[in-house]
Design a protein around this ligand. Structure first.
Ligand code: NAP
Length: 272
């Protein structure tokens, strides 16, 4: 079944699954992963300045000969480039590496104290120039979003945060929904560490799916964009086979009980 799209607050469509590329640092690994992903039906790729692989993502997409407008590319401004003098020049380097004249989505990678306010102004400038169709943030809590919404001219279209069945973040999801901000789930597979969880395995068995597919389907049913990373051809294909089944009420109730607020990577809760 086809991948569904969500609509951003500016009308732009975003495919509900994207291939995460963090830790894919090798050119041949990256090119192969993107080739397999495109063949499997992915049309959305999530990279970042920090991942040091924008140039490989760019080559792989170019070599696919798929029209640029049919692919959704996200990149992120690295923490080192938040100074007002650096945001736009660093973004221009990203465009060069990605071999494109625009990105579909440009994010601030982290709510860097103080600098994030001027960095957002620069993102607005980039957006107005047409070189980022949408702009958004990553790792923002409700507190960070409230401040941004009070002072921005362009509302963030997206907030990319860690979300999975062990970190469900219901308050943040509600807040984003109320403010028309799409939430993207990063590390939706908890880095592959929870595949033997018995509750997940039981639900997977019932649906004849894998544990990973249950974790990803849960995200899709929360109206999230989900960004699993894999560079393994079999797992890349497996991870997109999540649009042909539904969780039922019992699954949802069971999965709700797995939430234990487990942050597997950086936790922005106390960032001023
Ligand atoms: P993840 O997607 O939760 O997990 C990736 C790990 O799970 C890899 O080791 C992968 O190994 C394994 N895996 C993938 N599919 C699997 C499957 N079907 N069965 C078993 N294992 C599987 O972790 P992530 O990379 O942290 O997050 C995903 C993406 O979110 C990143 O790549 C990045 O694009 C984004 N992200 C953003 C931020 C941010 O601050 N904005 C932070 C973290 C991540 P193989 O490759 O060997 O399959």
């Amino acid at each position: 079944m086809a991948v569904t799209n969500l609509k951003l607050n500016n009308g732009q469509q975003i495919p509900q699954i994207g291939l995460g590329t963090w830790l894919i640092k090798d050119e041949s690994e990256c090119k192969k992963a993107i080739k397999v992903a495109l063949e499997a039906g992915y049309r959305h790729f999530d990279t970042a300045q920090y991942y040091a692989n924008e140039q490989f993502v760019g080559v792989a997409i170019k070599e696919s000969n798929i029209k640029r407008q049919d692919i959704f590319i996200t990149t992120k401004i690295s923490i080192d480039n938040f100074l007002p003098s650096r945001v736009i020049p660093s973004f221009e380097k990203s465009l060069e590496k990605l071999q494109t004249d625009y990105v579909d989505l440009l994010l601030l990678h982290f709510p860097v104290t103080k600098l994030r306010h001027t960095a957002w102004k620069k993102l607005e400038e980039i957006h107005r120039s047409g070189r980022a169709k949408s702009i958004g943030v990553s790792n923002y809590t409700i507190r960070h979003l409230k401040k941004l919404l009070n002072e921005c001219e362009v509302k963030p279209a997206v907030n990319q945060v860690e979300i999975h069945v062990f970190l469900q973040q219901p308050k943040l999801l509600d807040y984003c929904k109320q403010n028309d901000i799409v939430v993207e789930a990063y590390s939706p597979l908890v880095h592959g560490r929870s595949m033997n969880n018995e509750t997940l395995m039981a639900i997977a068995k019932k649906h004849n799916k894998s544990t990973a597919q249950i974790m990803l389907r849960w995200c899709v049913e929360q109206d999230l964009v989900v960004l699993p990373k894999s560079s393994n051809p079999g797992r890349i294909k497996e991870n997109i086979q999540i649009f042909d089944f539904r969780l039922d009420d019992i699954d949802r109730t069971t999965l709700a009980q797995l939430d234990d607020n487990y942050h597997s990577s950086w936790d922005p809760t106390y960032v001023p």
